[in-house]
Design a protein around this ligand. Sequence first.
Ligand SMILES: [Zn+2]
Length: 282
Amino acid sequence: MELFIGSHLSTTGGWNALLKRSHDEGGTAFAFFPRSPYGKRSKALDPTQAAEFGARLKAQGYGPLVVHAPYVYNLAGKDEAKRQFAIEALIEDIELLTPIREAGQETYINIHPGSHVGQGAETGCQLISEGLNQVFERANGIPVLLETMAGKGTECGRSFEELATIMNDIDNKANVGITFDTCHVLDAGYDLVNHYDDVMNQLDEIIGFGKVKAIHMNDSQFGLGSHKDRHANIGEGQLGIPFFTRLVNDPMMAKLPMILETKEQTPNTHRDEIALLRSLVK
Ligand SMILES: [Zn+2]
């Protein structure tokens, strides 16, 4: 099986530069931020050229595009103005990306669900569903993927149950899915190393494989249940090569776009990690 795999790339230089970076690393999938980490819209990504970009990806046989929303969005926050910012920005992001999907290229936008900042997980999950419903009333051209979180601080989405709760309250369920972050799932307390099948069965029972649309491929510096969210390079963390071998040979998971969010130790790190992961396919 051919993996759809690549890394999270810089948008400096715009659409063509993005694609060039992907070619350089030998990728068949990738992610990028549509905005700066603080939420300012990227000037490099000209909306009028988005459709052409989508058509090129499609023609070149790329896997689904998994754009990453900036970390600053917090749909579960206390501050109404900040929640409103996240809603408006997400609508704009969906509008930017919709022509890519309309050009035939499967596209998703991945978000960190949000942090409840002391209001409690139940309230946090509710606020996230409400915020997303407001988004989808005004823009629904691109499904939003909720990322599995490490459970750092007051993060919502740190268990399959919390993610299912958020998704359950979405009016049109076709608009939401899940990104499975390997580092975060271990961090959250799911033993992917010793009980891979059990974790995947839970994922299927609670969320359903059909809702999982992408994977963030990260090894983890810290171990099971650490809630630290520190990525390690592939094979250099607590997950290790046997886990990644299992994952890339799991028919339910290996068909999904796999996005590396590991540190670039050298300009070749991601190219090497992509080649390494491909070499694990039996
Ligand atoms: Zn993320």
